[in-house]
Design a protein around this ligand. Structure first.
Ligand SMILES: CC(C)(COP(=O)(O)OP(=O)(O)OC[C@H]1O[C@@H](n2cnc3c(N)ncnc32)[C@H](O)[C@@H]1OP(=O)(O)O)[C@@H](O)C(=O)NCCC(=O)NCCS
Length: 188
């Protein structure tokens, strides 16, 4: 299926582009880090696992209805360095529901890159892909993640208490969302 927007998505400091085979080292730099994976649905990855992940990602180039997510790698425009990843899921085609996910290499966190990339991705998702609603989820103790959602203007719609066991502990799940008309009002 043809993507409903052009790639790369360009911001002041970043490019959001498809994964490339030579991103393996950059991915290894953070996907093997236990702190990064603390609230992600996988454990720190070995080089072998990262190479397999990359092989799959190279095929994730479209916005497939209710299938795999579109994987976009975040690159610093000036340095040409890959610093993280954004995922855009199509959750329901008829109701135009989407979901985003994100990881930024800790070496590059705290500089506003996640906010810059998320704003650009959500803008095309609402304005070019015509999504009606975008959701994001995280564990309640993952402060940087829910703070990002709030900076994006998303609304906290749910806080599920002890709704699952995650990595051996009770999980508190937060769900945030924003509607297309709310986004357009914030970003005309
Ligand atoms: C969640 C995550 C992507 C946030 O990454 P980030 O790049 O640090 O996030 P932001 O873009 O929001 O920037 C964070 C800080 O940079 C500051 N900042 C510095 N320079 C800035 C600039 N030029 N513009 C905007 N903010 C800037 C902001 O004030 C913000 O601080 P605050 O949270 O105290 O308000 C990151 O913590 C991460 O990858 N975590 C591990 C993986 C994970 O858990 N993912 C989410 C799973 S649900």
């Amino acid at each position: 299926m043809k993507l409903p927007f052009e790639l790369p998505i360009e911001t002041d400091r970043l490019l959001l582009r498809l994964a490339r085979a030579d991103d393996v080292d950059a991915l290894m730099d953070y996907s093997a880090d236990p702190e990064v994976c603390r609230y992600l649905p996988y454990e720190p990855r070995s080089r072998d696992e990262i190479e397999k992940t990359m092989e799959r990602r190279l095929g994730f180039t479209d916005f497939t209805p209710e299938g795999h997510p579109l994987f976009l790698h975040v690159e610093l425009k000036e340095a040409g360095e890959m610093i993280g990843e954004f995922l855009l899921f199509s959750r329901n085609v008829e109701a135009r529901q989407g979901e985003i996910g994100y990881v930024i290499n800790p070496r590059f966190q705290g500089k506003g890159y996640a906010l810059e990339a998320a704003t650009a991705l959500m803008d095309v998702a609402f304005k070019k892909a015509d999504l009606h609603r975008i959701e994001a989820k995280c564990s309640a103790p993952n402060d940087p993640s829910w703070r990002l959602m709030e900076k994006l203007g998303m609304r906290r719609e749910a806080h599920f208490k002890e709704q699952a066991l995650f990595k051996g502990e009770w999980d508190e799940l937060l769900i945030y969302a924003i509607l297309q008309r709310e986004w357009v009002e914030l970003h005309p």
